[in-house]
Design a protein around this ligand. Sequence first.
Ligand SMILES: Cc1cc2nc3c(=O)[nH]c(=O)nc-3n(C[C@H](O)[C@H](O)[C@H](O)COP(=O)(O)OP(=O)(O)OC[C@H]3O[C@@H](n4cnc5c(N)ncnc54)[C@H](O)[C@@H]3O)c2cc1C
Length: 339
Amino acid sequence: MSDDSVDVLVIGAGLCGLTITVTAARQGLRVRCLDDGRPAASRANFGQLHSGAVYAPVLPALSTACWEQRDRWHDLARPARCGEATGMALFHSADGVQRYLDAWQQIGIDASEVDPRGAGRFPPPAAAFRIPDYSVDLSVLNTRLVDLARSNGVPDVQRFTAVLRRDPDSGLASIASPAPQSRMVVLAAGASTPTLLSNAGIQHTLHNRRIAWGRQPGLAVDGVTYWLDGDLLAISPDRGGIRVGLPSVQDGYGTTAEEHARLREALDRHRLKPARQDLSLIWGTVCEPISLQADPSSLVVDLRQPPEGWTPTRNLLVALPGKWTTAWRCADQVIDALT
Ligand SMILES: Cc1cc2nc3c(=O)[nH]c(=O)nc-3n(C[C@H](O)[C@H](O)[C@H](O)COP(=O)(O)OP(=O)(O)OC[C@H]3O[C@@H](n4cnc5c(N)ncnc54)[C@H](O)[C@@H]3O)c2cc1C
């Protein structure tokens, strides 16, 4: 390999690719990161630094990973914060409360009960808890992570659309010039991952899922607010308004018009009547393993010893955090595999 070759080439400068880049540099590995500059999930998601509280009884592994990883974000995320440093978990009915209390206690999530009458302008909840979740401005967070990579000695992210190839004879993956040569390639390309792999002839067990959320100017909320029963409306402070989200219906989201209507109805139900009719819908995509058994907090596939359904490739790792909150965990797993 030439002198300008590196140990690790990371494809994708979303929050996952950047945390891997920083972690690799801190381990003394020579690392480069490249990105095609398209808007992706890390810049257009709901922006919540999860404590894990909202997932605790439903997805305990994800919840535990969020709880364990969130402190690693604080120095970066604090200047990016929108609204208060804590959020609220609200219940329409007392029936569902005990299930969450048990799960929070089991994981150790620090949620404290507060007087539901102080929960704001919503219909009065049956119970209210303060949870250690907050919302961030993602462009500030991404910029701070790029700066952190730079301060760890990593050259600036190279703007470049990578095409992944796999040589069937050698079983080696490569990215054509101007990408530097590298000992290992780490694919952290979010929703582009399945296409990049398929185009390189690499079998995988991933699929993409679309998710919609809304941005409503002219309304305000103090901090991240979740209704944990009923329609499960999520509300998050934004610059000049709020973000609103609903869970999928039967594992899917409808058309833009249907999702618009669903969000508008939910806002009405929760007495969040907008002054103007300017709710905008934002679509995002998550890439996930098809298997329901997979750990939803992060997926790192080492193609040197791939699981069933993946094509062996001698120098390729695939990294997908379930949530950006858990991206540092994903980065640790990548570095463990590399060192
Ligand atoms: C609607 C929605 C809401 C969410 N809300 C939250 C939340 O509130 N909290 C939370 O913790 N998580 C949330 N998530 C999950 C979170 O957004 C993702 O887990 C995380 O952003 C994924 O980061 P990533 O770096 O893996 O992927 P991405 O952010 O998609 O980054 C991949 C990067 O690779 C680049 N790329 C792709 N192909 C190529 C190529 N060929 N060459 C070069 N570059 C390439 C892309 O342009 C992109 O910059 C949400 C996700 C969605 C979709």
